[in-house]
Write a protein that binds this ligand. Structure first.
Ligand code: NAD
Length: 407
């Protein structure tokens, strides 16, 4: 039964979302493609104008390992819908999916429109040497810089889907059980924290922190039992390198004694239990790097509003979440916190709303996709102005004499 449920969750996050993208593009494509009639100005009267979407040309899609099917094919849906041809380079860290994608795309799709190139750094670097009409890269910011530098050599535009430290602000006076369940499923349910939009850290008030920690512990136990290290509902860490990176975050002297839940690790099986840390210093490694794993630090502030300055003082995150019932706080959050996307009273669910753009800002990326935004991301918006032969004002033409001004 448990295996069945797990497969169901994997199907939703890996396949169902992709299927929705395909269905939406098929259903809406005619509308998306339609030239958009726009107003003209008096300066060109009489005239009409429209914006015509044209394909950019050849698109390179480089994807990441953590949702290897979705992150590979979702941008492809937009690129193909917009009329482009695509080369897809899946992540070598998910080798089974990479080779399956190569096989299935080769078997079922038109090879004059889409090809898969498998490989790691050498192959990706060779692809990046070529001239593309757009590069869509999903992954970490360090490689994002490499991609952007290569693209700059050919003035190629980029869509960078990166990551960051996505905060969760938790107010008091809320339905704490529901809030904790939504934080937990966003953090540990999504690949055990190895998701771009999973909560990276929590900010709450000093007074409320103990109650929040207790509730998180309780719900973690309800979800994953007493021995959470062995829970079959939690993913393993993808490889020994990432395991070592996460261990280093916990081993730093600055965070010793700060663990209030979890901390157990199994190096052989690459398992780390859900781990909560309270009041870690802001200059610790765990608070300066994207965690991308099952560790969740909680920071405390005197007033919840202070958390907005704290978030805005760092790199712009891919997502930010707020749990509150207070209207003013919600407004203040929406108006002051800069992030790729915001969700109030839940985590990660904006991913499943195709009517809003999905993408980062600042260090968390540039450009956005999903739904029509995918079509637009891979189209050139061509300005077209239509004129006839009447209304040919002589003032436009030399010689520019005073007489022409006296109309
Ligand atoms: P990864 O290791 O799978 O790398 C991503 C891609 O970059 C791969 O295809 C890989 O071959 C290529 N690559 C790696 N090193 C390279 C190099 N030196 N030169 C050229 N290409 C290179 O994935 P990752 O980077 O570990 O992914 C995790 C990061 O991605 C996190 O920061 C996460 O937040 C972010 N992410 C963002 C999104 C999003 O949609 N915004 C989705 C998933 C992950």
């Amino acid at each position: 039964m448990q295996e069945e449920c797990k497969k169901w969750v994997e199907w939703i996050t890996g396949i169902a979302m992709l299927k929705n993208s395909c269905n939406l593009a098929i259903k809406e494509l005619r509308k998306w493609m339609k030239p958009e009639k726009v107003k003209t100005s008096i300066a060109v009267f009489p005239a009409s104008a429209e914006i015509v979407s044209e394909p950019l040309g050849a698109i390179l899609v480089i994807s990441a390992w953590n949702y290897p099917f979705l992150l590979s094919l979702d941008p492809v849906v937009g690129a193909i819908a917009a009329g482009n041809v695509v080369v897809l380079k899946p992540s070598e860290l998910a080798p089974a999916t990479s080779s399956l994608l190569a096989k299935l795309v080769g078997e079922y799709m038109d090879s004059s429109c889409i090809r898969v190139v498998e490989g790691a750094i050498a192959e990706t670097s060779a692809l990046l040497e070529q001239k593309w009409d757009k590069i869509c890269y999903t992954g970490n910011g360090r490689v994002g810089c490499i991609v952007m530098a290569s693209a700059a050599k050919h003035l190629t535009p980029v869509l960078l889907e990166l990551g960051g430290k996505s905060p969760v602000i938790v107010d008091s006076g809320i339905n704490l059980q529901v809030a904790c369940r939504r934080i937990i499923v966003g953090k540990w349910g999504c690949n055990n924290g190895q998701a771009c939009v999973s909560p990276d850290y929590i900010v709450t008030t000093k007074d409320f922190a103990p109650k929040l920690v207790e509730s998180l512990k309780q719900e973690l136990e309800n979800f994953y039992g007493k021995n959470q290290l062995e829970s079959k509902d939690l993913s393993r860490i993808v490889n020994p390198n990432h395991f070592a990176r996460l261990t280093k975050l916990l081993d730093e002297d600055k965070v010793s004694g700060k663990i209030v839940h979890g901390g157990e690790m199994d190096k052989t099986n690459l398992r780390i239990a859900p781990t909560i840390l309270l009041n870690v210093p802001q200059d610790s490694l765990i608070m300066t790097e994207e965690i991308f794993g099952p560790l969740l630090p909680i920071l405390t502030v005197d007033k919840l509003e202070d958390s907005f300055d704290l978030i805005n003082s760092g790199a712009k995150p891919l997502a930010a979440y707020l749990f509150t019932n207070k209207k003013k706080l919600k407004e203040h959050f929406v108006n002051t916190v800069s992030a790729g996307g915001l969700v109030i009273n839940d985590t990660t669910v904006h991913l499943a709303v195709p009517s809003v753009p999905f993408g980062g800002v600042g260090e968390s990326g540039m450009g956005a996709y999903h739904g029509k935004f995918s079509f637009d991301a891979f189209s050139h918006k061509k300005a077209v102005v239509y004129r006839g032969f009447v209304g040919d004002a002589s003032i436009r033409y030399p010689p520019y004499t005073k007489g022409k001004l006296r109309i």
